[in-house]
Design a protein around this ligand. Sequence first.
Ligand SMILES: NC(=O)c1ccc[n+]([C@@H]2O[C@H](COP(=O)([O-])OP(=O)(O)OC[C@H]3O[C@@H](n4cnc5c(N)ncnc54)[C@H](O)[C@@H]3O)[C@@H](O)[C@H]2O)c1
Ligand SMILES: O=P(O)(O)OC[C@H](O)CO
Length: 327
Amino acid sequence: MKIAVLGAGAWGTALAISLAARHEVHLWTRNPAQFTEMSEERTNRRYLPGLPFPDAQQIELKLEQALDQADLALVVVPTAGFRQVVRQMAELGAKMPLVWACKGFEAGTAKLPHQVVAEELGDKAQCGALSGPSFALEVARGLPTALTLASRDESFAHVMALELHSPRLRVYSSPDVVGVEVGGAVKNVMAIAAGISDGMGYGYNARAALITRGLAEIGRLGVAMGGRPETFMGLTGAGDLILTCTGDLSRNRTVGLRLAQGQTLDTILAELGHIAEGVHSAREVLRLAESMNVEMPITQAVCQVLFEGMPPGKAVEALLNREPKAE
Ligand SMILES: NC(=O)c1ccc[n+]([C@@H]2O[C@H](COP(=O)([O-])OP(=O)(O)OC[C@H]3O[C@@H](n4cnc5c(N)ncnc54)[C@H](O)[C@@H]3O)[C@@H](O)[C@H]2O)c1
Ligand SMILES: O=P(O)(O)OC[C@H](O)CO
């Protein structure tokens, strides 16, 4: 299969490296300097340094070249750039199936990626979301990882999961696009909270409590939006939440850790050099939750720290001082 991987950040590059073992992979970057560097050095020095590209992996600067005769477009840009890339594909008349790997709500509209696709390509497009517990560095190193490919078209999810599947990158299928997308987006907000708690030195017990209550928040919102309860106990729910809240490779967790050390959000984001989707999704998640009467106290606390200048310690204290109630 020819796969056009659109977006050459950490995750697009890692997926390209992994998939190139079995497929013809064309990794697209919009950045001419990055194109030249990746073509000459056969590695992505800026986003995934030290991981060599397989010989078969091709690099593209022209989107139409990447998409030419592709059997699949795998879009791996941050959620903020997703609509633009899908629109560019539509303008080029690209008709191949589309899978996206971004984890977030679109800032300003609170839309999930599948809603963006429906708006840009119509609701007949053959498409799905790829998500699950997966640090780019580990996938690029060939360490075992399990993902889920969700599509409302169950047979597409099944067939595409089989195509992408390999022993080191296991891909399961699911019909629950909403559940998979909500799990992937909201766990980033919870990871910021876990980072804050750990950074404040509140300990493992507090972190376990945050993860568990965070999972309850994710499930409440996800079910209210039409997701299936069981999805939140799977790879893209509990699995990704645990990874991102506990793994120090997480950019979202890092944001929380550094906020707890007293760094400003602007400084943290400038130094991170990668997207931390939780920062962009948090407000949208809270807005959606409020509009649907879903209680999300951890998300609310994260928003207060990120956008209202509340000291991280005070936000955690406020969570701890909530009225006790039945679990
Ligand atoms: N890094 C991971 O471990 C990981 C794992 C799973 C999912 N994800 C998700 O994948 C998405 C991308 O994350 P990442 O880690 O690759 O981000 P990153 O910050 O490492 O890189 C983002 C890349 O996207 C490019 N980009 C941004 N807007 C674009 C646009 N409009 N058109 C073309 N290119 C554009 C940037 O130039 C950059 O190369 C995020 O939603 C993230 O949550 C990341
Ligand atoms: O580094 P993060 O926090 O963006 O998380 C990366 C992946 O989403 C983990 O599954």
